[in-house]
Design a protein around this ligand. Structure first.
Ligand code: C2G
Length: 151
């Protein structure tokens, strides 16, 4: 039984996450995910839209994920790998080199990220859409005010 372990926030679950988890799952027989807690996200400088419980529920519904546990700090990976009996530690290649120290206890692999999709892009798109709608509403209001003032 070859176990693969990975970590992340996985907020606003999207196809980039799915593509990574699918590739990780087929590096072995089981995939275990250390999911960043809301508190750890704060330490990482991230504010997720979905809570830890919501993100956990979504990940556990993913066919490629066998187990989810909380990631509470940067330093817990060695202990997790030993506790979970993981053989492979794998992340997207935006982390290349960051976790090579785990080579002592597991095969460390970095896989290419899926281009042109990210939680940050999704948040930016929604924010811009919201701004556009607000501007359109303001323009309509101004037209109405002009019409009323000309009566
Ligand atoms: N990812 C990807 N393609 C994308 C977006 C993300 O392959 N388009 C991968 C990232 O490389 C990462 C995983 O999906 O391996 C989770 O990404 P995030 O939720 O952004 O996780 P991150 O904030 O990088 O947390 O201790 C490690 C950290 O918890 C990793």
């Amino acid at each position: 039984m070859k176990r693969v372990i990975t970590y992340g926030t996985f907020d606003l679950f999207h196809s980039g996450h799915v593509k990574l988890l699918a590739r990780l799952r087929f590096l072995g027989d089981e995939l275990i995910v250390g999911l960043s807690s809301d508190e750890f996200n704060h330490i990482k400088g991230k504010k997720s839209i979905y809570t830890y419980e919501q993100r956990k529920e979504i990940l556990e519904a993913c066919r490629y994920v066998d187990k989810v546990f909380p990631e509470r700090c940067w330093e817990q990976k060695k202990e997790d790998i030993i506790r979970e009996g993981a053989h492979v530690f794998a992340m997207g290649d935006d982390w290349t080199g960051e976790f090579d120290y785990l080579n002592e206890i597991a095969d460390v692999i970095y896989l290419p990220r899926t281009p042109s999709i990210s939680t940050t892009d999704i948040k930016t798109f929604i924010a811009m859409e919201h701004q556009d709608r607000k501007q359109q509403a303001l323009n309509t209001l101004r037209k109405l005010e002009k019409m009323i003032s000309s009566i």
